[in-house]
Write a protein that binds this ligand. Structure first.
Ligand code: BES
Ligand code: MN
Ligand code: MN
Length: 456
């Protein structure tokens, strides 16, 4: 073990330079103009993985972006198999003018590495790649069989991944799925996440008159789609923070008092949270603490809204249409399709006759709750402790990783969410970063995980 950790310590500079190469590739999955760059990133990864010692590496085509797969099964049939999942795609960079350093020119400032994808998720998946390489370099082999699945569409909803997994169950067969795509509870406190919220998306279009109308000639007599949409949106939640969609909470599982007590033991300061986002007041369901609102309660948000004229000066119109993108975060046992249907029906039912409503659902993801006594979790506890000299805490997460539930259902393998990020990493925002101690420590944690898991 000592040799393994020294190898990692002695190669930090090299690992950082390689991560920078990976980060320079603009693998933005949501924007069609980056399609070729996404593919180049997949190719770069495949080549890198075969260079470090994987005996088999492969690109799987999908209807969207390619999947990178690699395996090393040299530990034999009787050994355990770990499937490591991550994503090489990143979020768009807008608003670009808010970045202090260019998003695809990785820059170290103050022991933090800034670039799009550093924490979400290139830096985290790369820590595993280097942890694996450390075993190859130190011992010439891995302590367990390892399969790597790195997709290129997570940030776009993983729309083709379920089908891929369903069609390749034999290839992907494993004992546990290790995922590093979450964050620690707070700085200096390694964390294992045991639950993620699910997600449902809906785009709603409100269509009024057949063209923009002069607001003088028609105003007062014709419904304005922006007004209609705004009114409808205010009918999604009541004063007490409850979501009003009929049946919305039907399948929500009640969380035990014991678990809620555990949340209270975690350090939490409402003031610090408010300060960090510069708001005077938080909101939400009054019967639940802030952590509970984010971790164990579902939520609904409007992600964007469009309609009418917002250019310079004045344009006196009643716009012909307005639209909004709505997302909902779901908890066990809410089902994304069911919730999408309930929202769609409700929206249509509250719309006035003066407009037409079109509701477009998009691919969502199930909520997850993982066992916390699996061998994988035990190995992760040991790995984080060895790498960061501190016992990890267990936490939930408000965000979503859509494929996590698919892994447990289709492969029967319990997921282990051993995240390496921090709450201030600015994921999905300008100036995304990863703290280098988390990246270098993450390499150790990955390497130790494989050793520990092989012993269990
Ligand atoms: N890595 C995140 C999930 C996450 C978010 C973990 C916040 C920890 C904290 C993942 O890449 C992500 O952004 N997921 C999306 C999924 C969506 C696009 C289907 C999300 O949660 O919005
Ligand atoms: Mn991610
Ligand atoms: Mn993300």
């Amino acid at each position: 073990m000592k040799e393994l950790l020294s190898f990692i310590e002695n190669n930090q500079e090299k690992h950082l330079e390689q991560l920078k190469e990976f980060l320079k590739l603009k693998s933005i999955s949501a924007e069609p103009e980056y399609k070729e760059e996404v593919r180049r990133t997949a190719m770069w990864l495949k080549i890198h993985l075969s260079k470090i010692g994987f005996e088999k590496t492969q690109i799987f085509e999908t209807k969207g972006h390619p999947i990178v797969y690699a395996e090393w099964l040299g530990a034999g049939n009787n050994a355990k198999t770990v499937l490591i999942y991550g994503h090489y795609d990143v979020q768009p960079v807008d608003p670009i003018e808010e970045w202090n350093t260019p998003p695809f020119e990785p820059t170290v400032i103050d022991n933090k590495l800034y670039a799009r994808g550093t924490a979400d998720d290139k830096g985290q998946i790369f820590a595993h790649i280097k942890g694996i390489e450390a075993h190859f370099q130190t011992y010439g082999k891995l302590p367990v069989n390892v399969k790597l699945l790195i997709e290129g569409e997570e940030e776009a909803g993983s729309g083709n991944l379920d089908e891929f997994i369903a069609n390749n169950k034999d290839i992907l067969k494993c004992d546990t799925v290790l995922i590093s795509d979450t964050e620690w509870y707070t700085f200096g406190l390694p964390s294992i996440c045991y639950a993620l919220r699910g997600i449902s998306f809906v785009e709603i279009k409100v269509i009024g008159p057949n063209r923009d109308l002069h607001s003088g000639s028609y105003g007062g007599a014709v419904d304005n789609p922006i007004f209609v949409l705004a009114k409808m949106l205010t009918k999604l939640k009541d004063e007490r923070g409850k979501i009003i969609i009929p049946g919305f909470y039907d399948d929500v599982v009640k969380v035990s008092e014991e678990e809620r007590k555990h949340f209270k033991n975690l350090p939490f300061s409402e003031d610090e949270l408010k300060k960090s986002i510069e708001v005077e007041e938080l909101s939400g369901e009054i019967d639940f603490s802030v952590l509970e609102r984010i971790w164990i309660r579902p939520s609904i948000d409007v992600n964007g809204i469009k309609g009418g004229y917002i250019g310079e000066g004045m344009k006196t119109i009643i716009p012909s249409e307005a639209s909004a993108k709505i997302s909902m975060r779901l908890v066990p046992n809410q089902n994304p399709q069911d919730i999408t249907e309930k929202l769609s029906k409700y929206l249509i039912s509250i719309a006035p006759k003066s407009v037409k409503i079109i509701v477009n659902p998009a691919h969502g993801g199930n909520p997850v709750i993982t066992p916390i006594d699996s061998p994988g979790i035990k190995a992760a506890v040991k790995a984080l402790e060895a790498a960061f000299n501190k016992k990890p805490v267990f936490m939930r997460e408000g965000g979503s990783i859509p494929v996590t539930d698919t892994f447990s259902k289709m492969l029967g393998a319990p997921p282990v969410l051993m995240g390496l990020g921090l709450p201030d990493d600015n994921i999905h925002a300008p100036n995304e970063k990863i703290n280098l101690e988390n990246f270098f420590g993450g390499i150790k944690a990955s390497a130790v995980f494989l050793s520990e898991y092989s012993k269990l």
